[in-house]
Write a protein that binds this ligand. Structure first.
Ligand code: ME8
Length: 682
């Protein structure tokens, strides 16, 4: 029996023959945003991701890399997991198909199909595509695969077969009775047409390689990778385990609510997987949602085409929220969409820095300035049509955003939220709170309170709604609004007017500093460097620098460690690559305000103009510099440091100084020539 209060969502499990790129990140971020929102809608949510580690393709990749399949899969699976952790993907479980819990579950499923008479032994002669892990209708040695165009291999194998041909009618009936099973509609139509055209039995075992799960009682054969891989959605939540806790979990979450996939694996998920489940008498997932491809340089981003972009490049420059927002806003879900650094930076600046970031910083800083950091009391009787319009739009935004996001129309939902952001930014400009604040009468004060309350309330609503998409920035805006932990918000009861009067704001800081043109260059350089590193790593072991094959525990001698003439020079441990250096953003800033920090005799609090914004920086230079003499001085600052707190004050960057003598006396770095504020150092 399905439990209506739960929500179980899965990503595909990614092959470990390649490192993660933005294409993998896309599906994972979509699922993460959906899972986060479902949790905020009060659902008992389970979010699964993982890695697909068996098969000939992986076996060959490991051999090419000169290591055992086990070492190879451990390394790449670790990279996937580390990336998701770095991106704060809120997966509840990470399944690897080489784990015992999975292997046991796959064997249980195989036996269940066998017991029910759906698996028989036969033999196969024909063409096989290793890339797609698929027997294909192609004739003759080396004939191109009809799916991907790569040359196929001729195989003659004794195999176990699954009676897929017997499932045609049941599948068609199921699709007809469950119109939402495959989404979007275009994919559903393709699948129905494919099944209608007739299904042939499917070979579900291989003897040509060993890196897989043995067929129960016939270990010469390993189980077909797609039967192995698809089963992860159930083995991860306990299928095949006798443990009552696992069984309870299986009961609690299966059937899955959403299998999220890219469109190239529709057939496996929408034909084979339901056929296996129908034959095994197990409940089918509720929906399979296929999205389009992320294109880069006009073709599908994929390792085999060599046109990938690594997520780390964006994380190191603009941050995780920028990438998440871009993917969900720019790409119309379901369709193919292009990734480019230019489009990413343009979106970042227009929507995040100028849109939401600007709304947050101007609203919060005016409340801080004019109302001592407390959410003001709007005048209940004197709402102008402009105030009413924003309140109404706020209510409408909540309703529309819920409906659109609930339908997986992420781009439209974000457009809806940003229409409110734009309307409020316009409302602020038209109502000129800064001018109202100049007038010292009671009516003006009440008007100012209404304008700022209205703006803050709209900001709160957009922040809550978009938290699943841009979790970091929204959590920070939420704290600045003085509202605590954003993850605790119940989105079901979100409504206009809930912002409590008198709420004390938290410390204010910019959430999205504008990116400039050099950001694009930095990202391009990082990608080039990464591609070069990857190339060097992919060299076969004989081409690796000498000395790297010393036995563990044995010292590498000087002679052995020096590179052979043809080998690239190894990077010494103490040196960093240009890539590392490019991560540090150094800028010229001008100190606008400097003052001592109470109770800390070494610290100065400064406000430093860095061209795009004024930053608060706290630095331990009070013993060496009089604050008043620093005002107007140009300094070098590290602009992209994580903010940190010193004596309760947030410091947003670091001032570069030489450190002299044993006590580290600071001497500020500077320039002999005049340099403009905001100039970059490189
Ligand atoms: O197919 N655009 O793994 P895989 C959009 N192991 N999404 C992309 C993408 C792109 N350019 N590139 C990759 C497999 N993806 C099997 C799955 S599931 C039981 C087994 C995403 O590493 C998208 O979700 O080739 C796609 O379906 C998946 O990564 C393919 O990952």
């Amino acid at each position: 029996m399905d439990n209506p209060g739960k929500f179980y969502i899965t990503t595909p499990i990614y092959y470990v023959n390649a490192r993660p790129h933005i294409g993998h990140t896309y599906t994972t971020v979509v699922c993460d945003a959906v899972a986060r929102r479902q949790r905020m809608m009060g659902l008992d949510t389970w979010f699964l991701t993982g890695t697909d580690e068996h098969g000939q393709k992986i076996e060959r990749s490991a051999a090419a890399a000169g290591c055992s399949p086990r070492e190879f899969v451990d390394k790449i699976a670790g990279e996937f997991r580390a990336l998701w952790d770095r991106m704060k993907i809120t997966y509840d479980d990470f399944i690897r198909t080489t784990e015992p819990r999975h292997m046991r579950g796959v064997q249980a499923l195989f036996m269940r199909l066998q017991e029910r008479g759906y698996i028989y032994k036969g033999s196969y002669s024909g063409q096989y595509c290793v890339f797609d892990e698929l027997y294909v209708d192609a004739v003759g040695p080396g004939a191109p695969c009809p799916e991907c165009g790569r040359p196929t291999e001729t195989v003659h194998e004794e195999n176990y077969f699954f009676k897929l041909s017997a499932m045609e009618d049941r599948l068609l009936k199921y699709y007809a009775e469950h119109p939402d099973f495959i989404r979007p509609e275009t994919r559903r139509n393709e699948v129905v047409a494919f099944v209608r055209s007739g299904l042939r039995d499917l070979s579900v075992s291989r003897t040509s390689f060993k890196w897989g799960i043995p067929v129960p009682n016939d270990p010469q054969h390993v189980i077909y990778v797609w039967l192995d891989a698809l089963a992860n959605y159930m083995t991860a939540i306990g299928f095949g385990s006798e443990n009552p806790k696992d069984q309870e979990k299986l009961h609690r979450y299966w059937p899955a609510d959403v299998h999220m996939i890219g469109k190239e694996i529709v057939r496996f998920h929408c034909v084979y997987w339901p056929a296996f489940l129908l034959a095994a008498d197990l409940p089918l997932p509720k929906s399979i949602i296929a999205h389009g491809w992320l294109l880069f340089e006009e073709s599908k981003m994929s390792k085999s085409r060599g046109n990938i972009v690594r997520s780390e490049t964006v994380l190191d420059t603009l941050g995780g929220d920028a990438l998440r927002y871009f993917l969900l806003r720019e790409i119309v879900f379901g369709q193919d969409g292009s990734f480019s650094f230019d489009a990413l930076v343009a979106r970042f600046n227009s929507d995040l820095a100028n849109g939401l970031g600007n709304l947050a910083s101007r609203t919060l800083s005016m409340i801080a300035r004019y109302f001592d950091g407390e959410v003001p009391y709007p005048s209940p009787s004197e709402r102008t049509p402009a105030d009413e319009a924003i309140a109404k739009l706020g209510e409408q935004t909540i309703a529309d955003f819920h409906a659109q996001f609930g339908q997986f129309q992420f781009s439209r939902a974000l457009e809806t939220a940003w229409a409110l952001v734009a309307a409020v930014n316009k409302y602020i400009v038209e109502n000129e709170p800064w001018a109202v604040a100049e007038r010292d009468d009671q009516d003006s004060r009440a008007r100012l309170a209404t304008i700022l309350y209205t703006s803050a309330e709209a900001l709160r609503i957009v922040t809550a709604l978009t938290h699943p998409v841009i979790p970091d920035a929204t959590a920070r805006i939420w704290t600045q609004l003085g509202l605590g932990e954003i993850g605790q918000v119940d989105l079901r009861s979100l409504a206009w007017g809930q912002l409590q009067l008198g709420t004390k704001l938290g410390p204010i800081e910019a959430v999205f500093p504008r990116a400039d043109k050099s950001t694009i260059e930095r990202m391009q350089q990082m990608e080039q460097q990464r591609a070069a590193d990857a190339k060097q790593e992919a060299l076969p072991p004989s081409a690796q620098p000498a000395g790297t094959d010393a036995q563990p525990g044995q010292p590498v001698t000087q002679a052995a460690a020096s590179p052979s003439p043809s080998a690239p020079a190894p990077v010494a441990d103490s040196k960093i690559t240009i890539d590392d250096f490019l991560k540090v953003e150094l800028r010229v800033g001008e100190i606008k305000v400097a003052e001592k920090v109470k109770g800390a005799d070494k610290l100065l609090r400064m406000e430093v103009d860095i061209g795009t914004e004024v930053r608060q920086i706290v630095a331990g230079i009070a013993k060496a510099y009089e604050p008043e003499k620093l005002v107007g001085r140009k300094v070098v600052i590290v602009a992209n440091l994580q903010p940190r707190k010193l004596r309760g004050l947030e410091s947003n960057g670091m001032i570069v100084a030489a450190s002299l003598g044993d006590d580290g006396q600071p001497v500020l770095a500077g320039f002999l020539e005049d340099v403009p504020v905001g100039a970059k150092l490189k």
